[in-house]
Design a protein around this ligand. Structure first.
Ligand SMILES: [Zn+2]
Length: 74
């Protein structure tokens, strides 16, 4: 019976190790970090926050972080 307990314990440890490996392998995403670093940052005309150029809202050639700020600045 002692051997059976040991086997069950080993299986639990193995499953835990596998879960931890999966968690750690999905956490760091170097590809996403690289793209955000190479992207040009624009400053919102209203609040001054820096936003990547792809998510900037352009209104009358002025950059804004969101549609609300573009409307507030009018
Ligand atoms: Zn803003």
């Amino acid at each position: 019976m002692m051997l059976l307990r040991l086997v069950i314990l080993l299986v639990i440890v193995a499953v835990l190790m596998w879960l931890l490996k999966r968690l750690f392998s999905t956490e760091p995403e170097p590809e996403q970090l690289e793209t955000s670093h190479s992207e040009t940052m624009r400053q919102c005309r209203y609040c001054g926050v820096h936003v990547p150029e792809s998510s900037i809202v352009w209104v009358e050639d002025k950059p804004y972080c969101c549609r609300e700020h573009a409307e507030l600045d009018q």
